[in-house]
Design a protein around this ligand. Structure first.
Ligand SMILES: [Zn+2]
Length: 303
């Protein structure tokens, strides 16, 4: 099996959203579709690599957020032989995206169309719901294992390909752009659960992949360093946001402070603020603070 990263060129920018191509001898699979706005780039990427749309038999989705799975409905037509694999909790939203779109519209407002484009439903007979931990599925002449990895979203899966040692990590392994070491936790509302996320990171350590492939973006081999940085930053952000909320800061103030802190950390490792701006395309501070603030409130209400 040959594995390649396809750059979907989100908003015309390089290396923000990836789709992974798994090419076998007689069939192919992809992990993540990207949004509808990138679909022509995805289909172009397949063509460039000599993969006919009919050859794609599996589309594996880490979760149903629009930057990862938004093009699925359109691709059900464009990839006529593909079956879509998704966590069982995500399944209803793939078959009928109306609730998902309502929730996304609350976050993205009038930018919905520009960012994600039209979202269509996937016919139910084209979807396989995965029950979660340890489930195996055949793809591109190999067998991948799905791992339950909640934290960014409850219905999040990561897919492990044992031949290459790659873990297609969706958002559970954070945002990290090529050439960078900085890992930014994608923590948008509404489902962020830091405690579950930390347990998922532990779970990834047990899988012990040799390469980690976040959808934002690429492949990284310093797995343990990457995971510890993510874990520490999640804990750090949680404390930071909680403390500022208790102190009466507004979300905007917290987001500005967290950005300054993040930019300083990136500068310290030799990157510039242009890199921070590129990370924003996969998750900006206003949104990430809103997600953590929501987790903090939910936890306080639950306690
Ligand atoms: Zn994402």
């Amino acid at each position: 099996m040959k594995i390649e990263v396809m750059d979907l060129r989100f908003l015309g920018e390089r290396e923000i959203i990836a789709s992974y191509l798994l090419a076998g001898d007689s069939s192919a699979a992809i992990v993540e579709t990207g949004p509808t706005t990138c679909m022509q780039n995805l289909l172009g990427g397949l063509k460039e690599r000599g993969v006919a749309p009919e050859d794609v038999r599996q589309v594996l989705l880490t979760h149903i957020h629009l930057d990862h799975a938004g093009a699925s409905g359109h691709l059900a037509d464009a990839l006529p032989n593909a079956t879509f694999y998704v966590h069982e909790v995500g399944y209803p939203h793939l078959a009928d995206p109306s609730k998902l779109l309502k929730s996304a519209t609350r976050l993205y407002g009038e930018r919905m169309e520009e960012l994600w484009g039209e979202v269509r439903s996937v016919p139910e007979d084209r979807i396989v719901a995965l029950k979660g931990e340890g489930e195996e599925l055949e793809a591109a002449g190999g067998v991948l294992t799905a791992h339950d990895t909640p934290g960014h979203a409850y219905h999040h899966l990561a897919f492990h390909e044992p031949g290459s040692g790659m873990l297609f990590a969706g958002d559970v392994a954070g945002i990290r752009l090529p050439g960078m070491s900085y890992v930014r936790p994608p923590t948008p509302p509404p489902e962020v659960d830091v405690a579950a996320w930390v347990r998922s990171i532990q779970g990834i350590r047990r899988i012990s992949p040799s390469v980690i492939c976040p959808t934002h973006f690429g492949r990284f081999e310093d797995v343990e360093r990457h995971l510890s940085e993510l874990e520490q930053r999640l804990q750090d952000w949680l404390l930071f946001v909680e403390e500022r909320l208790d102190g009466g800061s507004s979300r905007e103030e917290i987001a500005a402070e967290l950005k300054d802190k993040g930019d300083a950390e990136m500068l310290a490792e030799g990157s510039g603020t242009q890199d921070s701006g590129r990370y924003d395309l996969a998750g900006n501070y206003e949104m990430l603070v809103a997600g953590i603030a929501r987790y903090v409130t939910r936890r306080q209400e639950g306690a």
